[in-house]
Design a protein around this ligand. Structure first.
Ligand code: FE2
Length: 246
């Protein structure tokens, strides 16, 4: 076969159809990864209850999300064309804002949880301990700033999956102790309840997302980027904890 015949068999770039898996595959791929397998949670589960480590995690989570999550969610509601997607996101936005009950606004409940944990950390007022949260705020913003809002949707889906898994690990830890109880745990209870009531929220969203073209690629891009950011957040908290204890 001559060279010209070989080249004739090679498809031109415009003919190569890349197969990007459908959005449901994002959900199943990330649901298979266990947040409990992250070294931070492995160490936490193995030893006696470590409220200082839980404080460090929650204070950084608060730093990384409380000031920005509502705005990101609301901005995405405004940017998506599909009203079904907007409807699912608006429901989540309403939960985050306490569905009209100011006492149930999630950032208020998170603040209460962090405050109740703070006595177990001698350096609780040290801003240097919040580096993981500052990086989470900065790098977690990336998919929301992308030109295609589907990147934000991919990020929201994996954020939901990650959050649910992380909250299960936290709930397991907090049930092993009796020092932080009652109202302080409302943030955790509320997330466990929402998770139990809406176990398929990410699946529901996936069903209404584009199944091809640049927007499907954007959804994957946002999902991969955000999951990486969240995993690195746990790496950062873990490294800080190890460094703190020298
Ligand atoms: Fe929340």
């Amino acid at each position: 076969m001559g060279a010209s015949q070989v080249w004739a068999q090679v498809p031109r770039a415009s003919e190569v159809v890349e197969t990007v898996p459908p959005p449901e595959e994002i959900v199943s791929r990330y649901k298979r990864i266990e947040v409990a397998d992250h070294p931070f949670f492995i160490t936490l589960a193995q030893g006696p209850v470590d409220l200082e480590a839980v404080y460090l995690l929650m204070a950084n989570l608060q730093q990384g999300t409380s000031g920005s999550f509502i705005n990101r969610l609301a901005t995405t509601v405004a940017r998506v064309d599909d009203r079904r997607v907007a409807s699912l996101l608006a429901k989540q936005l309403s939960y985050e804002l306490g569905a009209g009950d100011f006492a149930q606004i999630h950032s208020v409940l998170l603040e209460r949880f962090v405050t109740a944990l703070s006595p177990w950390c001698a350096r609780a007022d040290d801003e240097a301990l919040l580096g993981a949260g500052r990086r989470l705020a900065r790098e977690g913003a990336r998919p929301y700033l992308a030109s295609d809002p589907c990147e934000a949707l991919g990020a929201l889906m994996v954020g939901e999956i990650f959050g649910e898994k992380m909250e299960a690990c936290l709930a397991h830890e907090m049930r092993r102790q009796l020092l932080v109880t009652g109202d302080a745990l409302r943030w955790l209870e509320i997330h466990e309840t929402i998770g139990a009531r809406h176990p398929h929220a990410a699946n529901q969203l996936a069903l209404h997302l584009p199944r091809g073209g640049p927007s499907l690629s954007a959804t994957w891009r946002g999902a991969i980027d955000q999951w990486g950011t969240l995993w690195r957040f746990l790496d950062d908290v873990n490294e800080m904890l190890i460094a703190m204890r020298g």
